[in-house]
Design a protein around this ligand. Structure first.
Ligand code: NAD
Length: 495
């Protein structure tokens, strides 16, 4: 049986960066694998006046690195059409609707439509409204809406945005992209947890001391200064990616690995995260802003598009507590930032020590036994490692921690679909497991909003950290006051 999916992709913002860098290459990969083949068409729409031919040239450029053959390229781009269209203009939706119907019959798409809004969220409401009023949704086949972050700037704006799209699309037709959820190792969290009794039976407050999640970027804000300065690390990274990772790590096992069961458990986990009051925010969250350092010579405040007095954080670290039976008393430490020592995303699960250290007299080289740590590497390499204590070879009885290490081979990774490709295919299948449900978005905003509100009341200057370090001093103090430390320290603060 053919696994070809039939659909019309209508890409709003078809001339934009996201479309060119991610969507067209991902569509090409799907085409190459046969997931889309004869029965698909793409309408790119944006304000600019482009011809179909010019659009096809742009798409051709965007997939060059995938080295298409002449034949593949010709076949692929023949499915692309361009419609110049200002999303505020009702008349132009009629033209768009006609083109959609025409392509539907030419390519026999059975009324399946995927509306991809690769545009600023302020347009989501008006586009959705017009999709309905101008009857661009079909009555047969599926109509699905795919949207990008940021989903609101706080709970209230997110709710407003949601009510605008929910007036047109049902929740099961809305696919909120969080590209982190398309990553191989993020999906692997579930495999590691629920496929291995040796882990799942230890996955609770009795055996886990703390959990650490780091999403480190080595770059600064680059060209995104204007956007970033309005957002900051808390809203840009914690509200979505980090809290999604927390939910996957903390949720109860689903009864079945199905979209609905997973979603239910993730929502329950997010709801159990403690929402802090002002004082608790001050104790449990810290922030920082980068200044020149060994990897860069500009301060954040001097970046293009950034306010010279900006108090926006380029770094956040925090301690989350999850108030349920499984996690009572286990801190989930999170941190993310720009211009850190190294680019990398990893999760460290730190297990509790043995009840006593029976080697305390035999092995004087360790005051305490080294921790057992399960590390999940998400990027740039993907894999996991487990540190266990063994005996050092030789005389005496010294404990020697060994690391069992598994990294996916390059060959393996090359075969793995890119996050956007995977997510686009999920949309075509109607599988929303790796997308964020409104209830998840809402709960994440509630957690983040209280932190933001406390910070907005602060009158002291934001702490700074030098480019090429792992954040401000307070991020280290956060763990030290709990007698713990970050497992991953590619660089120390004072070196
Ligand atoms: P962009 O500025 O490159 O593109 C925006 C597109 O919208 C352009 O095609 C532009 O012509 C079109 N547009 C703007 N106003 C219009 C109007 N009135 N009528 C019709 N078309 C109009 O932006 P982008 O980087 O592609 O990002 C798009 C969305 O995706 C944003 O919400 C962004 O936050 C989000 N996003 C982007 C990335 C990325 O890698 N670029 C990653 C995650 C999320």
């Amino acid at each position: 049986m053919s696994h070809e999916k039939k659909a019309l992709f209508i890409i709003f913002g078809g001339t934009g960066d996201l479309a060119k860098r991610k969507l067209y290459p991902s569509l090409f990969r799907l085409f190459r694998k046969g997931s889309i083949n004869k029965h698909f068409a793409v309408i790119g729409t944006a304000r600019r006046e482009w011809s179909d031919d010019y659009f096809r040239e742009v798409v051709t450029d965007s997939i060059q690195s995938l080295k298409p053959s002449q034949q593949e390229l010709a076949d692929f781009i023949s499915h692309f059409y361009y419609q110049s269209h200002n999303v505020n203009d009702t008349e132009e939706y009629k033209i768009l609707g006609n083109l959609a119907n025409e392509l539907d019959s030419t390519y026999e798409l059975e009324g399946n439509r995927l509306f991809y809004l690769a545009m600023a969220p302020r347009f989501f409401g008006t586009i959705s409204k017009h999709i309905k009023s101008e009857k661009i949704m079909t009555e047969h086949g599926f109509s699905r809406l795919v949207i990008e972050k940021p989903f609101g700037t706080d709970f209230e704006t997110a709710q407003q945005l949601n009510s605008e799209i929910a007036a047109v699309f049902n929740e099961d037709q809305i696919f909120r992209i969080d590209h982190y959820l398309g990553k191989e190792m993020i999906q692997n969290i579930s495999a590691v947890r629920f496929g291995n009794n040796i882990f799942e039976s230890l996955w609770n407050h009795r055996y886990i001391d703390n959990v650490q999640i780091t999403l480190a970027e080595d770059l600064g804000v680059e060209e995104r200064g204007g956007y970033y300065d309005q957002s900051g690390a808390l809203k840009d990274m914690v509200q979505n990616h980090i809290l999604q990772v927390v939910a996957l790590l903390a949720m109860e096992p689903p009864t079945l690995f199905s979209e609905e069961a997973i979603r239910t458990e993730k929502i329950t986990a997010l709801k159990a995260i403690r929402v802090y009051n002002d004082q608790e925010v001050k104790e449990n969250f810290v922030r920082g802003q980068y200044v020149a350092g060994k990897t860069a010579d500009t301060n954040y405040k001097e970046e293009p598009g950034v306010d010279e007095n900006s108090q926006t954080e380029t770094f956040v670290a925090g301690k989350l507590m999850i108030d349920n039976f499984r996690w009572a008393g286990v801190p989930f430490y999170i941190r993310t930032g720009k211009r850190l020592s190294e680019k990398g995303t990893r999760i460290n699960i730190v297990f509790k020590s043995t009840p006593i250290n029976v080697f305390r007299e035999a092995d004087t080289s360790h005051k305490d036994l080294p921790d057992n740590i399960l590390t999940i590497y998400i990027q740039p390499t993907e894999g996991f490692s487990l540190t266990l204590n063994g005996k050092e070879v030789g005389d005496g009885f010294n404990i020697d921690p060994v690391k069992l290490n598994y990294r996916h081979s390059q060959e393996n990774l090359d075969n793995s679909p890119e996050a956007y490709e995977k997510l686009l295919l999920d949309c075509l299948k109607g599988d929303a497991t790796n997308f964020t449900h409104w209830d998840e978005v809402a709960n994440s905003w509630k957690i983040v909003d209280t932190v933001r509100e406390t910070w907005d009341k602060e009158t002291t200057d934001i702490p700074t950290y030098p480019a090429g370090s792992m954040g401000p001093h307070c991020a280290f103090d956060l763990l030290e006051k709990d007698n713990r430390q970050w497992v991953w320290e590619p660089d120390s603060w004072d070196k």
